[in-house]
Design a protein. Structure first.
Length: 99
């Protein structure tokens, strides 16, 4: 995969569009909705998810509300804990973001 389209030092795409790292972006909201939806569809409570991730229920709640940003490895662990494919989840996220 060619990552040269990114200028990571400036957090911009080389075409000039900026990369929004905010947890308040529209796309991050989509991510949070998909995560919560996947957890609920799997029939797992926040407490159950916390146990699977060896975290607290408060951590799960903060992540789902956008108070705590997930990094890519945490997102992968979240998917594994739900028993869903990380790559399929990311593909679904990509399609849902629509940009």
């Amino acid at each position: 995969m060619d990552y040269s389209i990114f200028d990571c030092n400036l957090l911009t795409y080389k075409n000039g569009a900026s990369m929004n790292k905010s947890i308040h972006s529209e796309n991050y909201t989509v991510l949070l909705e998909l995560l919560r939806e996947a957890r609920v569809q799997a029939g797992i409570t926040q407490e159950g998810m916390a146990t699977r991730l060896d975290e607290t229920q408060s951590f799960i709640s903060k992540c789902e509300r956008g108070e705590r940003r997930l990094d890519i490895l945490e997102l992968r662990a979240w998917c594994l804990a739900l028993g869903i494919s990380f790559t399929e989840f990311v593909t679904r996220l990509d399609r849902s973001c629509g940009d």
